[in-house]
Design a protein around this ligand. Structure first.
Ligand SMILES: CC(C)(C)OC(=O)NCc1c[nH]c2nc(N)[nH]c(=O)c12
Ligand SMILES: [Zn+2]
Length: 370
């Protein structure tokens, strides 16, 4: 089953509070979703994810199709069982990954021919194939197969790509049968062109999906351009359906997205930068490997009460990174994910109490944003 309840919309911005109900549990929005591309949120156990408050995680059609392959996951009884995660899972459709991971790919009306980035073997994914794979994975929310167009790109290229993505979305909708257990979201494309974003949004809304993603943003464009296109696009999206901004996950991008009416976001940022020792704190990012922390016995962030901050010092975590100990990556990941998940909890509280814009201003000032 799938239900989205819009609980409150702010008076002084488009920020809103919602609740999504799925077969595997409820999701309070706005929400940040940790990315577990290959059936694991890197370095974290499911128990640790629950402990930091993760409500839903992402996984990826393209990567799991390549390894371990759908046969193994089917035999395991689906992705929830395979990875021992009994809360909601959202899978991305693989389109984006094909475009960003594999070279010498060929896009045709039928689908995308590409070579596996693992062993170079010839592969093919179509809208129908993507739906079939996601059906085997058994994720609660699945994505239409789209082309996430490169940035920058000409109006002509984006127009052509966006219209093909619309035709692919239609094919996904027609092919998707498991509607009771899996909910298909359409993905709005259109690059940085408002006219194309409007066409994509209106056509997608006409196809009546249960939720909509905004794709093709945070692809390297300046944040002001991202927020301008996002602000324009959300106005064409139905109030009573979730809005999911893909690939967004630094604190400022999340605040800007929520302010413009976005309910869901995902990004590898917090987990990826944690593994190379960049820690998110309320005073901005800190490079924990830096020697200045070698005898600093304070916690990573004096306002954080995550497992890492309650039990370890900067000096210890810097030591772990310095001698390449895996625990360092784990402790930094726990903290970075908790930081964003807790920030989103505070954002939900601020919308509830009608002080979202004030909270954003305070956060930006402390963090060092403009
Ligand atoms: C470069 C990063 C990953 C930061 O952002 C984007 O590319 N943002 C766009 C994006 C992320 N994930 C997607 N999945 C799909 N199906 N389509 C998309 O457009 C995207
Ligand atoms: Zn912490």
């Amino acid at each position: 089953m799938f239900k989205f309840e819009l609980l409150k919309t702010s008076k002084d911005s488009k920020a809103r509070l919602g609740k999504i109900t799925t077969n595997h549990g409820e999701i309070e929005t706005p929400i940040f979703m940790p990315v577990g591309t290959r059936a694991t949120v890197k370095t974290m156990t499911p128990e640790e994810l629950k402990d930091i408050g993760a409500q839903i995680i992402l996984s990826n059609t393209y990567h799991l199709f390549l390894r371990p392959g759908t046969e193994i996951i089917e035999k395991a009884g689906g992705l929830h069982k395979f990875m021992n995660w009994d809360k909601p899972i959202l899978t991305d459709s693989g389109g984006f990954q094909v475009f960003s991971l594999s070279d010498n790919r060929k896009i045709t009306e039928e689908g995308v021919h590409f070579r596996s980035h693992i062993d170079g073997s010839k592969m093919f994914i179509s809208p129908e194939k993507s739906i079939d794979i996601q059906n085997i994975l058994g994720s609660d929310i699945i994505m239409a197969f789209d082309e996430c167009a490169p940035y920058p790109a000409s109006h002509e290229y984006i127009d052509h790509s966006m219209r093909r993505t619309l035709r692919w979305a239609e094919r996904c909708k027609n092919h998707h049968k498991n509607v009771d257990n899996q909910t298909l979201f359409g993905i709005i494309q259109g690059g940085m062109y408002k006219d194309l974003r409007e066409i994509s949004a209106k056509e997608m809304v006409d196809m009546d999906f249960k939720g909509y993603s905004i794709g093709g943003l945070s692809v390297g464009e300046p944040i002001d351009l991202m927020t301008e296109i996002l602000d324009y696009t959300t106005d064409f999206m139905p109030e009573n359906k979730p809005r999911y901004l893909m690939g967004v996950g630094s604190p400022d991008y999340l605040f800007e997205a929520v302010e413009r009416g976005v309910d869901m976001a995902d990004c590898v940022l917090p987990t990826r930068i944690a593994r190379n020792g960049t820690v998110l704190t309320h005073q901005g990012r800190i490079p924990i490997k830096n020697a200045i922390y070698k005898d600093d016995f304070s916690r990573l962030d004096d306002e954080c009460d995550c497992y890492t901050c309650r039990n370890y010092s900067k000096a210890y975590i810097r030591h772990l990174f310095n001698v390449d100990e895996i625990l360092g990556m784990r402790l930094a990941t726990i903290h970075n994910l908790y930081f964003l998940i807790d920030m989103m909890k505070n954002i939900r509280e601020s919308i509830k109490g009608d002080y979202f814009l004030e909270y954003k201003k305070d956060f930006y000032k402390k963090y060092g944003y403009k």
